[in-house]
Write a protein of this length. Structure first.
Length: 461
């Protein structure tokens, strides 16, 4: 009997998994953008067309994608409100494909720059739209699991880039990557628009149909009851003013979202992913750098699956705290390894240590700060400012990604790679303290209940 109930519950919720999975393929495309540089840059430097290009110019190949993602924030925030969540994904996918084709056919470094910028715009847009779409289409009891799909698919995209890049050259990898936005576009044509967005556009009939599709066998009465609750929340959100932005119910969640985006980047994850092969080469590890990179990517995917399973069981806060502690330890030890290498100490027996540190770091990131920064942005930002606030958070995230990836290259050249890891470790300590003091638990709460967490409690004399 219990099995039948569980099976019935799963089949009823299957449309939500399908919709979330289709949208999350956009995050898979973003993952290939992040993973492409690690295997492709060493390969590209050997090509006759690029052999004259300086290391400084090559460093911009990694850094320019976050610039594109940063620019995408205001654009996608505007599009979210004008053409919807689904419409934005459909519009941006062809631009994503164009970026990859420019890279694949590149005969100059400028074409690569242009392609990386456009793929950055596409990836940045998906990083904003996917959490918004998933959170608005999901029931509260599975929203954490479905929201974790963003980081899972990013990590899977990184693994695809690492693995395919081991067997093919940089241009072929670009062509392979271009197929993913095409698939996203095809699948999203079959998915409904966010019911919340349709209600915001006063299209209750379409919103009812969309929510009925997403809720499967749920009765029409239950669907209408949920729809009315969402409608009431939207009506309560209308008429936002500048003064409202300074109120605690908006300022607090926006501040938390920005802080998590800041800490997500300044723990060094993007720098590590962009330059994984180069890190192993610098470490002088006995392992083949490309094989070690694939191992790291595979473990990252496994950790993301575990995180998705734990998200609605353990909760957001505990996963963030475990994430921060494990990353701090891994970063500090990695810095120590490179310091010993610089001091010419005997580290022949420690060739395994860089891989272990990166595995611990990646697992920690994938359990907490990776998925939860984006998940919480979709959960805690009030619906009346979600478009603007999400755009701000996305641009802020990717601006910091650009600074971190560029700084990583410059710091390791000027004062040593060990200081990169130590700086990231120190910042992650502050991140953990911030989570412990400021970040609320949202597990199991509806979006409307989460908003109430930030409403000041009345005091009575």
């Amino acid at each position: 009997m219990s099995f039948e109930i569980q099976r019935g519950t799963f089949s009823r919720r299957l449309p939500q998994f399908v919709a979330a999975g289709s949208a999350a393929l956009g995050a898979l495309a973003l993952g290939t953008v992040a993973g492409w540089t690690s295997t492709s840059l060493p390969d590209m430097k050997l090509e006759p067309e690029f052999i004259h290009v300086s290391n400084e110019s090559f460093s911009w190949v990694g850094s320019i994608a976050p610039i594109g993602a940063c620019v995408s924030g205001p654009l996608s925030g505007f599009l979210l409100g004008v053409i919807g969540r689904k419409g934005t994904m459909l519009l941006i996918s062809p631009l994503f494909v164009l970026g990859w084709l420019l890279i694949g056919f590149a005969t100059s470094i400028d074409m690569v720059y242009a392609g990386r910028f456009l793929t950055g715009v596409g990836g940045g847009t998906f990083s904003l739209v996917v959490p918004c779409y998933v959170s608005e289409c999901s029931e509260s009891c599975i929203r954490g699991t479905l929201g974790s799909a963003l980081q899972l698919m990013i990590n899977f995209g990184v693994l695809i880039a690492f693995t395919v890049g081991y067997f093919v050259n940089w241009s072929t990898l670009a062509f392979v990557s271009s197929s993913i936005p095409v698939i996203v576009c095809g699948l999203m044509l079959l998915m409904p628009e966010s019911p919340r967005y349709l209600l915001m556009k006063k299209n209750k009939v379409a919103a009812s149909k969309a929510l009925q599709w997403l809720r499967g066998a749920t009765s029409h009465e239950e669907v209408m009851e949920e729809l009315n609750l969402v409608q009431a929340a939207i009506e309560d959100d209308n008429g936002v003013t500048f003064r409202d932005y300074l109120s605690p119910c908006i300022l607090k969640p926006v501040t938390i979202s920005l802080a998590l985006m800041l800490y997500q980047q300044w723990n060094g994850n993007n720098a590590v992913i962009f330059y994984t092969v180069q890190i192993f080469q610098a470490a002088g590890s006995s392992l083949n750098p490309n094989i070690a990179t694939i191992i790291v990517g595979a473990i990252q995917v496994i950790a993301s699956i575990v995180a998705a399973a734990l998200m609605d069981k353990a909760g957001r806060r505990i996963l963030l705290l475990v994430s921060g502690v494990s990353m701090t330890i891994a970063l500090a030890v990695m810095g120590g390894f490179f310091q010993m290498k610089e001091d010419l100490m005997d580290i022949d027996d420690l060739g395994w240590l860089p891989l272990l540190c990166l595995v611990v770091f990646i697992v920690g990131f994938s359990l907490g700060f990776g998925p939860i920064a984006w998940l919480l942005a979709g959960e805690i930002l009030p619906s009346k400012v979600r478009g603007i606030a999400s755009a701000l958070a996305t641009s802020f995230n990717w601006f910091n990604a650009f600074v971190v990836t560029k700084a990583f290259d410059n710091i390791q050249l000027s004062i040593g790679i060990q200081w990169c890891f130590w700086i990231f470790a120190i910042i992650t300590v502050f991140a953990n303290a911030y989570v412990y003091v400021c970040v609320p638990e949202t597990r199991g709460k509806t979006l409307e209940e989460i908003q109430m967490l930030f409403v000041p409690r009345k005091t009575y004399s």
